[in-house]
Design a protein around this ligand. Sequence first.
Ligand SMILES: Cc1cc2nc3c(=O)[nH]c(=O)nc-3n(C[C@H](O)[C@H](O)[C@H](O)COP(=O)(O)OP(=O)(O)OC[C@H]3O[C@@H](n4cnc5c(N)ncnc54)[C@H](O)[C@@H]3O)c2cc1C
Length: 392
Amino acid sequence: MENIIVVGSGFSGAVLARKIAEEFDIPVKVVERRAHIAGNMYDEYDEHGFLIQKYGPHHFYTSNWEIFHFLEQYAEFFPHYCKSRNYIDGRYVSMPFNFYTVQELVGRERSSVIINKLRKEYSGRDRVPVIELVESSDPDISAYGNLLFEKSFRPYIAKMWDIPMDKVDRYVLERRSMAIGYDERMTHYDFQGLPKYGFTKLFENLLDHKNIEVCLNTDALKHIAFRENHVLYDGEICGSMIFTGPIDELFGFKYGKLPYRSLDIRWEYFPDCDSVLPTEGVAYPQAPGFVRKTEYRKMMYDTTGLKGSVVSTEYPLPYDREADKGNVPYYPVVTKESKAIYQKYVEESKKFGNIFLCGRLAEFRYIDMHTCIEHALSYFENVRDYLNEHCN
Ligand SMILES: Cc1cc2nc3c(=O)[nH]c(=O)nc-3n(C[C@H](O)[C@H](O)[C@H](O)COP(=O)(O)OP(=O)(O)OC[C@H]3O[C@@H](n4cnc5c(N)ncnc54)[C@H](O)[C@@H]3O)c2cc1C
């Protein structure tokens, strides 16, 4: 079995490359368009010594300990949960929205009525999507849900997605939740943490295997061709190809372009201040143009000897592969129309037996890292069956 190609070195590609290299003991070529591995989880030390994440802040979380144990083989993690605030009407309020936020937004007296109702209505649940509050039949809960929606959610979504509210996928609406209690962690997962020395180091270890060759600065599309029901790389039929890039690019946009939102991330160094924001992340739903700031010093395992602080600001914009800014496909814009286009590409891919489409770009959906790793590990079962069948 020769010519096993993995396109992309994010979690989807790197996990699958490792599993194939290890279990089949055969050479695997990982082809990466960028000048570095690790996909959107790439991080590096900047000139001031801060570990920054070039494509936006990533926090690892999971309740699946198998995923954690898998990753632990490649990096040491330290416990860390994302601390955040929401800047509304000129002041910072608690984030995730929780019982503190109720007190902050409606005052102590009125808040006790709402908090009691929330406790009763959602007893046994620790998170409830804001949209569910909006749709509640209880007028107090619904009014509070609407307050959150109008002050924070609606303006945030308008900037982030730039499509009419009725076109926004239900999945997006359900991602923003309120904690039913005073929990200040952004998510409720059992394990929340970060690799001590960064994600890139984790990826270096994950891809460090005698059977894996990594080719950086290589656009796979320049090497891929299709013949009858096979995909070829450099003119040779692939033993199999794992493709984790954008599915519409793979098929030359023949059914149209899939829409994405991108980010222009701007950086600022504060030499005389070692704490700029109240928490490592702050969401700015009402600010002009930008949606979030992140202070990386507050995410680091060890800041001994570091001077000042560095903050990134995220400005959403449309994705355009050719543009100077906004050329990274960050968030798939999932609508009825884009789902229909995506389906056509899926049907197209079924014509070719030796290609496997895996990951957020190939499957055109937003996935968290832990879901991405879980998915790649279970996806490996399909690849294994295929290789067992076709491998001598
Ligand atoms: C701003 C932002 C913040 C996020 N924060 C979190 C978080 O806090 N926690 C969390 O769990 N998840 C988070 N995520 C989600 C996380 O980034 C994804 O789960 C992860 O990136 C998915 O990995 P992947 O391998 O599928 O895709 P990617 O990481 O995008 O990897 C795909 C790789 O394929 C390469 N590629 C594409 N086309 C080609 C080609 N033609 N030739 C060669 N190479 C190619 C790309 O360069 C890229 O390196 C966040 C996402 C975003 C956008």
